[in-house]
Design a protein around this ligand. Structure first.
Ligand code: ADP
Ligand code: MG
Length: 373
């Protein structure tokens, strides 16, 4: 790697960084499209992270270099207090300084270098890991009195109030609060959270399909609007208010609203069942719940794509896999699988080979991480 392609902080800015922090991407084990419906989610941190190096400046300039986006180029710049959307990836950075200042936190200009191992736009939440990593860096640099829950909530505001992506609270809360090897069971209505360790005897596999999505684009908004419409017709505040025992009420809704509501109601129930199965170490049950969640996303919520379905079908044919499902917002992205103890690496390799041959896509394996890399 030449310094010109990927320069260090000192090469970029002429002095060393003062703060070096990171925040992870996440994989959602189950509970998809439930967070903006007041429901339950179950994300887990992944080893891939966004790294932020930062140094305070004496003026109000913000200079930002992204190793993922600025290749070969100069840092992007803006002035604190003059954040303006329409600058692509820089909007996420501007959003962070925008929401902090709006909350009354005093900042000065900064020099920032970003680099991420989380694939961008692959359902593993590179954006929230960037939001939270930068919030962490600024919290340290300016001694901001913010705890990790507040950081997660601010991360959501960055995207909803500035970037213009109507995301739920799961991704930034996961980036701020989740750990490796344990699921974060979050009730997005009460914000109550519990850590649920993964049982022994299971390998988590994550495969990026190579088909990128874009959250802020139309389909995600359409799904949110459909949920709101369903609530209005049912006379409830949020789909969370419809218990599974009243699932039949979704049949009174016009298509596709009935199917959208059915996904959310049954998905909430599947999160609760998954937490129970994790605690009981019931791997077969976990696998069934994963496949059921995938089918619900495919048929009722209609957020899958043929490439993702192919990955899940290949998992179904594999004797070492308990279950698999689309993870993240959908319309592309990644699949999460549960495989028999010790088989994860081999499972991931053979499914990727078959998938690449049949789809023409270039998949990548995020978990298990290749050893010796
Ligand atoms: P996801 O969060 O699932 O990866 P999003 O569409 O929500 O997908 O966010 C991806 C966008 O976030 C990128 O297109 C880019 O604008 C921004 N982003 C994420 N990570 C970085 C990074 N390391 N450098 C610059 N921009 C980034
Ligand atoms: Mg995102």
């Amino acid at each position: 790697m030449t310094p010109h392609v990927n320069p260090s902080f000192s090469e970029l800015f002429g002095h060393p960084a003062q703060v070096v922090v990171h925040a992870p991407g996440r994989v959602n084990l189950i509970g998809e499209h439930t967070d903006y419906n007041g429901g339950f989610v179950l994300p887990m941190a992944i080893p891939q992270q966004t790294h932020v190096e930062l140094r305070r400046r004496d003026d109000t300039r913000v200079r930002v270099f992204s190793a993922n986006k600025s290749q070969g180029g100069a840092p992007s710049e803006y002035t604190l207090g003059q954040e303006a959307t329409g600058q692509g990836w820089l909007d996420y950075v501007q959003g962070v300084t925008f929401v902090l200042q709006r909350e009354g936190h005093r900042l000065s200009g900064v020099d920032v270098r970003l680099s991420s191992e989380v694939p961008l736009g692959s359902g593993l939440s590179s954006s929230a890991s960037l939001d939270v990593a930068l919030l962490r860096a600024l919290r340290t640099a300016f001694s901001l009195p913010l705890d990790d829950v507040q950081l997660g909530l601010l991360g959501q505001r960055v995207e909803t109030d500035f970037v213009g992506a109507p995301v739920g609270v799961m991704d930034p809360m996961a980036a701020s609060m989740a750990g490796l090897g344990e699921a974060l069971f979050l009730d997005t209505r009460s914000m109550n959270l519990e850590r649920v360790p993964l049982p022994p005897g299971v390998d988590v596999v994550i495969i990026n399909s190579g088909v990128a999505h874009n959250h802020s684009s139309g389909d995600y908004r359409v799904r949110r609007a459909e949920c709101e419409k369903a609530c209005a017709l049912l006379g409830i505040q949020e789909l969370r208010d419809l218990p599974e025992s009243e699932l039949a009420r979704t049949e009174t809704l016009p298509d596709p609203l009935g199917r959208r509501a059915r996904h959310v109601v049954t998905e909430n129930a599947r999160v609760l069942a998954t937490v129970q199965a994790l605690r009981a170490g019931d791997l077969e049950r976990l696998g069934q719940l994963f496949y059921a969640s995938h089918d619900s996303q495919r048929l009722d919520y209609e957020v899958s794509v043929p490439e993702i379905d192919l990955l899940v079908d290949l998992a179904r044919e594999d004797a070492d896999v308990y279950g698999a499902r689309l993870t993240g917002g959908g319309f592309g992205g990644s699949v999460v699988m549960l495989a028999r103890d010790g088989t994860g690496a081999a499972v991931a390799r053979r499914i990727c080979e078959r998938y690449a041959a049949r789809s023409g896509q270039r998949p990548t394996i995020l978990l298990p991480q290749p050893t010796g890399a």
